[in-house]
Design a protein around this ligand. Structure first.
Ligand code: GLU
Ligand code: ZN
Length: 281
């Protein structure tokens, strides 16, 4: 099987040093393995995606010396695939509609009987408010859909993933941890074809990605992806979670951090070799 990896940025801001590290690492790994590096555009959130950011991504990556085969996949063109998968999960009783606002979730999670609120990969762990409501006959498309994690875990038993990054080894999905610390994650958002978790899992599977190179901030989210792969009978790639690039104060870089945007360094006359040196490659 040929080594196939990808870099999947969202065109919602400039690429910064952290993105450069992730992209260069994946690109170098593919090159060493005689494999393929794909660029994918995670533009599922059409309210935030902008064509000029997408154009800047192509430009910055080319400048860094990175190439990829055409065509570049865009999530905004794959809504049918996401929707068909949601329908299948719905038919299996694995989804339920959720109409809670962020404020509702915070209020329920902070209720005295709930104990200390727990933060998972998507923020506060959902307290399950909508889980027990009767299910409509037809899958609604005008509200969020959550994965019923308990039902999902009953359908899978041996989900695990292999890791070659900072914590190499094979990680087994533990049911109690999935329920308590991750919970019923959103798979479809109100005005979006699918959530990040569902779209990324389907994209990786359909593109036959064998190695996912991503930041260690996504380590917990990977567990959700492995559960989804198991539910949907999709292969689980090998995951490489890499260290995060931090600013001088030790904080991880954010999209808004224009000071560390690749474009800023380019304008200052830095070279791709300088960027590699800055991220320790
Ligand atoms: N679009 C995601 C990001 O930029 C992709 C990360 C991933 O799933 O590897 O954070
Ligand atoms: Zn709800």
């Amino acid at each position: 099987m040929i080594f196939r990896t990808r870099f999947a940025p969202s065109p919602t801001g400039p690429l910064h040093l952290g993105h450069a590290y992730s992209a260069l690492l994946a690109h170098d790994m593919a090159e060493r393995a005689g494999g393929v590096f794909h660029l994918r555009i995670d533009d599922i959130d059409q309210s935030r995606a902008r064509p000029h950011w997408e154009a800047q991504i192509y430009d910055d990556l080319h400048w860094l010396g990175i190439d990829w085969p055409a065509p570049v996949w865009r999530q905004s063109e794959r809504a049918d695939r996401y929707c068909a998968t949601l329908q299948r999960l719905w038919a299996r009783g694995l989804l339920y509609p959720c109409t809670c606002t962020r404020r509702d979730i915070a209020a329920a999670a902070n209720a005295p009987q709930e104990g200390a609120p727990i933060h998972g990969p998507d923020g506060l762990v959902y307290p399950g408010t909508c889980r027990e409501k009767p299910l409509p006959a037809v899958m609604p498309t005008d509200c969020a859909l959550r994965l019923n994690m308990r039902n999902a875990l009953q359908e899978i038993d041996k989900a695990s993933f292999q890791e070659t990054g900072t914590q190499p080894g094979t990680h087994k999905i533990r049911a109690e941890q999935m329920l308590d610390q991750i919970g019923d994650v959103v798979l479809a958002r109100r005005d979006m074809a699918a959530s990040y978790h569902l779209s990324i899992v389907l994209d990786d599977a359909d593109q036959e990605i064998t190695h996912v190179v991503r930041g260690e901030d996504l380590f917990e989210a990977t567990k959700i992806h492995v559960v989804l792969q198991s539910l949907l009978n999709l292969p689980t790639p090998i995951y490489h979670h890499h260290r995060l690039i931090r600013d001088d104060a030790g904080k991880r870089l954010a999209k808004r951090d224009d000071a560390r945007a690749i474009a800023t360094y380019r304008a200052e006359g830095k070279t791709p070799q300088d960027i590699r040196a800055m991220v320790g490659l």
